[in-house]
Structures are given as C-alpha cells and as structure tokens.
Design a protein around this ligand. Sequence first.
Ligand code: ATP
Ligand code: PRP
Length: 207
Amino acid sequence: MSNLLTIAMPKGRIFIEAVELLRKAGYKLPPEFDDSRKLIIDVPEEGLRFILAKPMDVATYVEHGVADVGIAGKDVLLEEERDVYELLDLKISYCYLAVAGLPNTKMNDVAPRVATKYPNVAEAYFREQGEQVEIIKLNGSIELAPIIGLSDRIVDIVSTGRTLKENGLVEYERIKDVTSRIVVNPVSYRLKDQQIDDMVKRLSEVV
Ligand SMILES: Nc1ncnc2c1ncn2[C@@H]1O[C@H](COP(=O)(O)OP(=O)(O)OP(=O)(O)O)[C@@H](O)[C@H]1O
Ligand SMILES: O=P(O)(O)OC[C@H]1O[C@H](OP(=O)(O)OP(=O)(O)O)[C@H](O)[C@@H]1O
C-alpha cells in the first residue's frame, strides 16, 4: 500500500475546477494536470496520488478504499448512496437536478415514463410525490427522450438551461441543488486523519 494519500478525481467538467481549487489551496500540481492522458498521477512532493475516474465511479473507488478521498458531484452521491463520509462542499460545478419535459403536457395517467441517468433519485422523487412511474435508464443525451416519444418526463442536470431550451423542453420541478463534495473512506479517515483533515482545512479556506 502506498503512503501517498490517494484522491479519486472525476474526469470531465469537475476536473478543471477541482485542479484550480487545489492549486488555490497551495498544492503544487505539475503541468501533467493540464494536458495528459495518464490515469494515475503521483505528486510525491505533496504526498498525493491522483487517480482519474469517471464521475459516476469516484465514490465506488472511495467506498472500496482504493482511494482515500474523492471529489464527486452531489448528484452522483445521491444516486449511488455509497458508504463514504461527506466532509466538505467545494461549491464548484454548480447545477441542479430537475424534472423536465415538453411544454404544456401532462404525465400519462397510466404508467408514466421517466427517462434519466439517475434512476434512484428519480424513483425516490416520484415516490415522494405519490406517483408511480416507469423509469427508463439512459446514459446521456437524456433530452432526446421526450422529444422522440420515449418518455413523458426526464430527470436530469440543468446548468445554464441551454440544452432544455434548444431542444424545446421546459423545466417542471426543481429537485435538488448540486455541487461537488469531498468524500472519504471511513477507514482511511481513521488511519490518515491528519493528512485528510489538513487537506479539508486548506480547501475549506479557499472554497
Ligand atoms: N452542465 C453542467 N454544468 C455544471 N456541472 C455539471 C453539468 N453537468 C454535470 N455537472 C456536474 O459535473 C459532474 C460530471 O459531469 P460530466 O458531464 O463531466 O460527466 P458525465 O457526463 O456525468 O460523465 P461521462 O464522462 O460519463 O459523460 C456531474 O456529476 C455533475 O455534478
Ligand atoms: O443546462 P445546460 O448548461 O445546458 O447543461 C445541462 C446539460 O449538461 C449535461 O449534459 P452533458 O453535457 O454532460 O452531456 P450528456 O448528455 O452526455 O449527459 C446535462 O445532462 C444536460 O444535458
């Protein structure tokens, strides 16, 4: 096992903002962080190892303890419900989860269909509303579903609202605000509490 504190970082849009925040907190991250296809980047001078993962997989690495710490969107944490501690809201990559669909349409009375990348979040939301829906799991381009008649509604991320607008969809309900969080493995937190607390402290000062 490495002595380096291992951090699972999401590739994609969170990555750039997270790197910027870590640098602001004083971590010297080499140029590899700006342009590289490497999936593991060690920064021994800082005592850190970064693994670059799919956003949906970050909490899985942390739950299994192959990463001590992870950076993950609240959307993913709600969807996956992994056994990890959420220690800090980094307040980056802001967006929100919402229900959307074609304008002026009601949900089908019998077995309304909801397409989403977040089946658990969607299921729980509609159950709370007292509505029984059929969930259709998609992996992206969710906005297609109501347009081509696959579903009555979607549950998806909205940021600027541009994707909804350009595809002729409207928002019906806002479910939850989303930002990225620092999560940790419970055992790592016991064994490496000083390193982890130091990182959380440094990050919380620049959030
Ligand atoms: N339009 C957006 N604006 C801001 N943050 C977003 C937006 N879409 C998603 N996010 C946040 O960024 C996280 C990662 O999204 P990103 O689009 O980088 O990856 P992804 O589409 O989930 O993954 P994949 O690599 O499988 O396409 C999401 O979990 C969410 O927290
Ligand atoms: O409100 P906006 O600023 O338009 O952003 C929202 C869009 O961003 C995300 O998609 P992403 O770009 O990750 O593509 P995806 O379809 O592969 O999920 C999300 O799923 C929406 O489609």
